[in-house]
Every structure is written in C-alpha cells, then in structure tokens.
Design a protein. Structure first.
Length: 297
C-alpha cells in the first residue's frame, strides 16, 4: 500500500514538472517568434526607409577625397538613389587663389550651375592644366545634369580651405555674417543663398572634413594639434559648417568627430595623410548612407 502511495506521488510530481516544462518551452517559443517578428519588422522598416529614397537623384560635390573615392557608389547601392560623383581635386568651398581652380570651387561653381553657363570652366579644361581624367569626366557629367530633377546635393568640402594646396594658401575662417567668398564662412553663405533661391526644393546636406595630418611643407603634424598658417584649427572649419547648417536648417554629418578617423586609426582608414583608402571610403559611404536614411525615413 505504501509503495503504491509513493508511486502515485512520484507520478504526480513527474506530471507537474512535465507541465511546467511544456509551459516553459511554449513561452520560449513565443519569445523566439516575437524576436523573429521584431527582426522582420526592423528589416521591413529599413527597406521601407530605403524605398523612400529609391529612384531619387543626388549630386555629391567635393574635392579630391570625392574625386578619387567610391563612397558615392556605396551610397547609391545602399539607398538605391542615382548618385553623381562631382569631385574636383584641389578645390574649396570658398575662394581659391589659383585662377585655374577657383571656378571649380563650390561657391563659384553654383553660379554656373544656376545660369547653366560653364564656359569659364570649359576654357580651363581645354587648356593644358594638370586636371586628372576623373576631374574632366566629372565636369562633363556635371554639364549634363538637369538640376530641376535633383533631389539631394551633398557638400563634402573644407579640408583645402583649411590647409591650402600647392596651388594656393589657406582660406581665412571669417565669421557668420560674411557675405563674400573671401572667407570660409562667407563661401558657405554665398553658396547656400544662391542654391536656396534657385532650387528651393533641393535638399542640401553638409559633410564635414575628416581628421587629417597637415601638409609637411606647411608645418606637418596632426590637424588636431597644430593650426594652419593663419592660426586656425581644422575643427574650427568643421564647426563653421555645423553652425551654418543649423542656421540654414541643413542636415550636417560631423565626420571629424563621429567617423573614428584619427591619429590612432590613420593606418586603418587613410591611404596617406588626408585621403581615405578602400576601407576608409567604404566607412564614409556607410556613414553618409546611414545619415541620409535615418534623416529622411
């Protein structure tokens, strides 16, 4: 009799544990299903965000970092936009002391775009200037763009304004009230005012310069530690772009602070003191893509 009672209790305990186990497994399965559903929803959201950009047109202006880079291809693949690389090496946001390069700097070039008059640039292309084949190709492509069909313009400039090039010295920083191309602040103001008036429906995006090393002939050293010949640091040009972005309500991606490109990671992301390597271009392309997707979702 006692053995029967023990058996009955043992069976009851076993059934209780079995029931608890079944409930536990069922809850876990529900958790997995929920996690899967959340993943599906998250992926669907990302696709939906990209679909809002699919088929749109973006023109990316810049200097040699843009001219010789493929970050625009990364943006195109990830957003499914048509992205034009309009990078001109050696050029600036503001005035360039070289008459061969100044008409290709952004604050000058926007006037030609608005007026659809590229005769001055074409005459420089036709001269025996040291422009690269890509430089010339980008100019040819620029002339064929119908800006009435452009949705986005990205402006990734400033490093040559800060450091200067072998074709000219640095651009003074200036201040937020400047209205001429003689200073960096002024160059930004001039360019944006022209663009906003002519193409109010185009979304402009600013991308700040990344960290860099200074040119050896101009003192060398990290741009974080040493200023340019006028005593300004690169971060001051970065902050000028951010300031004007806030003023004009232009989304601004701060690659200087947020990209992780610095003295410690230089060998990972940069091919030299300034220009990204393949990994660097991929990294920048992903960051700009994420920025655009998140901002315009």
């Amino acid at each position: 009799m006692r053995n029967k009672t023990i058996l009955t209790w043992g069976l009851s305990i076993f059934m209780l544990f079995l029931l608890i186990f079944i409930v536990f497994i069922d809850e876990k399965n529900n958790e997995f299903i929920l996690e899967d559903d959340e993943r599906i929803i998250d992926n669907a959201t990302q696709v939906e965000n990209k679909d809002t950009l699919k088929g749109k047109v973006m023109v990316s202006f810049g200097d040699s970092v843009t001219e010789f880079g493929d970050y625009t291809d990364v943006i195109s693949r990830r957003t499914r936009m048509t992205v034009y690389n309009i990078g001109f090496g050696g050029t600036r946001m503001a005035h360039h002391t070289s008459t061969d390069y100044d008409p290709f700097s952004f604050s000058y070039l926007v006037k030609s775009i608005v007026n659809n008059d590229f005769n001055e640039q074409q005459s420089l292309i036709d001269k025996d200037n040291p422009f690269s084949p890509r430089f010339k190709l980008h100019f040819k492509n620029l002339k064929e763009i119908d800006f009435s069909n452009v949705d986005f313009i990205s402006v990734f400039l400033g490093t040559n304004d800060y450091m200067g090039t072998k074709y000219g010295g640095v651009v003074p920083l200036g201040n937020e009230t400047d209205s001429t191309r003689d200073t960096f602040y002024g160059g930004i103001n001039v360019a944006v005012e022209i663009l906003k008036e002519a193409y109010p429906n185009i979304e402009v995006i600013f991308v700040t310069p990344t960290w860099r090393m200074n040119n050896e002939q101009l003192g060398g050293g990290s741009a974080e530690e040493n200023p340019n010949e006028d005593g300004y640091y690169l971060i001051e040009y970065v902050d000028a772009l951010i300031d004007r972005g806030e003023y004009y309500n232009i989304p601004t991606l701060d690659l200087y602070r947020e990209s992780g490109i610095n003295k410690e990671t230089q060998s990972i992301y940069l091919a030299d003191d300034v220009h990204p390597n393949d990994e660097g271009f991929k990294h920048i392309g992903n960051m700009i893509s994420d920025f655009i997707i998140s901002y315009y979702k």
